[in-house]
Write a protein that binds this ligand. Structure first.
Ligand SMILES: Cc1cc2nc3c(=O)[nH]c(=O)nc-3n(C[C@H](O)[C@H](O)[C@H](O)COP(=O)(O)OP(=O)(O)OC[C@H]3O[C@@H](n4cnc5c(N)ncnc54)[C@H](O)[C@@H]3O)c2cc1C
Length: 507
């Protein structure tokens, strides 16, 4: 049944917006609409349709037997301001905790043993000579090859290239295989030979262009950071876990705005008109009901968005379908401290593909954050799958749990079986930014801009991390509201395709 239009106090029709997807992106979009409505004193009616039984999508936290277990993300970056800023606005900043100041290092597995990533190694490249020379993670040949980055000429700018090719070209194959590949797999669950450098780590490309060398660029960036230290640690999380962010956002939406177990099954342009005369959308739900809205935010992943816009713009749907996704699993295991031989003097380890092992990384959760495990216990999170192990979710939970426990026995010297195991599956949850991704996203944005009042948001487009998802949701909300109100887009005269208003850099 189509809802009859309601007249808002003061005579105007309320602006109705439907947000498809109640993950962090959709919730951030919905909350932004509420904020903007209040600020502009406009009646905005937001409905968030979430297919699942709870909000949060990839984000969920479980409390069990004194452990705090994260199903997916366990922290967000403060360097990108959007998540922290939102936490301030919803009063959650007082509840954020940073990673612990001790043992802030990562190990890398080599020949079945854990070696610390040399001090000063910044994701792809070293910045300090002494620790690099002393490291047993790289061969002498590999170290010498990395140093060549200081003298090799910069490649003339000619479009996007893969992260794998970039690292091999500047720092050598060993830097890629032993450091960059496993570190990137830990963030993007991606194949570095397919991953777009421009879409994921443009700052390294900028360093090559600007300083002629990644190592020199990293050193300049390090030296340029002012003294005094940041107020926030680089990664933070709510003390009660990431679900607290979702709960805080959901609780700030008007009663009834969040509809759980409501899958949007189709989207059509309505022959009727929205409040200000613009065409409206008809949003059909799986319970047979229909919502009419002047604006729609699709925060449901690119493939689901493709399905929903299929009738409105088949070319847009094709572009969206072209963004591949990788699946992964997180196995969380708890032990008594004395059952783990390794000193656990780091935040975790990553496993290079060339090691041929079935896991990609492990986080020492109870070392990284306080309050994750009872006294005398440890909580470890093992990651499996990603683009280089596409069949991961064909294995059942018992198999995944056994694999993770076996690996911890071999790599950390676990002497007993874990006394608690939880398996969380993330089916097609991580979009893969392939070479050329930014061109695809620009084309998507241009086509989407031809559908007035409709916006796409989420991890598939311009950043997979939570801060980027929040920014993308908020910007989508701003665009949709502006379209519903007949406002000019940000940047007078700019086409609505300008999805990143000036002054809001994408990464
Ligand atoms: C294992 C893992 C670990 C991660 N770790 C971190 C981390 O530590 N820090 C970090 O910053 N980022 C991390 N990320 C990335 C980050 O968590 C995600 O990119 C982000 O949470 C995505 O949010 P989203 O709302 O865009 O999508 P999702 O969380 O996927 O939410 C989309 C929602 O849309 C719903 N939906 C889909 N179709 C429909 C429909 N037709 N109708 C209604 N609802 C629909 C789904 O049910 C889902 O709830 C991690 C990701 C994974 C997979």
């Amino acid at each position: 049944m189509i809802q009859p239009p309601r007249i808002a106090p003061g005579g105007g029709h309320p602006v109705r917006v439907v947000v498809v997807g109640g993950g962090v992106t959709g919730l951030a979009a919905a909350y932004r609409l509420v904020e903007l409505g209040a600020r502009r004193v406009i009646p905005v009616e937001v409905t968030v349709c979430e297919a699942g039984p709870r909000p949060g999508g990839t984000i969920d936290t479980e409390q069990r037997e004194g452990y705090l277990i994260e199903a997916g993300p366990d922290a967000f970056l403060t360097e990108k301001p959007w998540a922290l800023d939102l936490c301030r606005r919803i009063g959650l900043d007082a509840h954020l905790v940073g990673t612990r100041p001790i043992h802030r290092r990562t190990f890398v597995v080599r020949a079945g043993r854990l070696h610390p990533l040399p001090d000063g190694f910044a994701l792809l490249a070293p910045t300090r000579l002494g620790p690099l020379l002393r490291s047993r993670l790289f061969s002498w040949r590999g170290k010498a090859r990395m140093a060549l980055d200081l003298v090799l000429p910069a490649r003339p700018a000619d479009g996007d290239e893969s992260l794998g090719r970039f690292v091999t070209r500047r720092l050598g194959r060993e830097a890629l295989e032993r450091a960059a590949q496993p570190m990137v797999a830990g963030i993007y669950t991606a194949d570095p030979d397919a991953l777009s450098l421009a879409a994921t780590m443009p700052r390294f490309l900028a360093m090559e262009r600007r300083h002629g060398s990644v190592i020199r660029g990293l050193r300049r960036a390090r030296d340029g950071h002012g003294a005094g230290g940041p107020r926030w640690s680089l990664f933070v999380a709510p003390a009660d876990g990431m679900a607290a962010l979702v709960a805080a956002l959901a609780s700030r939406l008007p009663p009834g705005a969040l509809r759980l177990r409501r899958r949007v099954v189709s989207l059509e342009r309505s022959p009727e008109r929205a409040g200000d005369g613009a065409p409206a959308y008809r949003v059909a739900l799986d319970d047979g009901s229909t919502l009419r809205a002047g604006g729609v935010v699709l925060a449901c992943g690119a493939h689901e968005a493709a399905r929903l816009v299929g009738n409105l713009d088949p070319d847009l749907a094709g572009l969206l379908r072209g963004i591949p996704y990788a699946s992964s699993a997180v196995v969380t295991l708890a032990y008594r401290r004395e059952e783990i031989a390794h000193p656990l003097d780091g935040f975790g380890f990553v496993v290079p593909k060339v090691e041929g092992r079935p896991i990609i990384a492990c986080t020492f959760s109870s070392v990284k954050f306080l309050g994750r495990a009872p006294e005398g216990r440890v909580l470890l999170r093992v990651f499996l799958g990603g683009a280089l192990d596409p069949g991961v979710l064909e294995r059942d939970d018992a198999h995944l749990a056994r694999t993770a426990a076996d690996e911890l026995r071999m790599l950390l010297g676990a002497t007993a079986p874990p006394h608690l195991v939880r398996v969380h599956r993330h089916t097609a949850a991580m979009p893969q930014y392939l070479v050329g991704h930014l061109d695809r996203v620009s084309a998507i944005e241009q086509r989407a801009a031809r559908l007035p009042g409709l916006a796409l948001a989420g991890a598939a487009y311009r950043g997979v991390g939570i801060p980027d998802c929040i920014r993308s949701g908020e910007e989508a909300a701003e665009r949709v509201l502006a379209a519903c109100l007949g406002d000019r887009p940000a940047g007078e005269g700019a086409p609505a395709a300008a999805h990143a208003p000036p002054g809001r850099p994408h990464r």
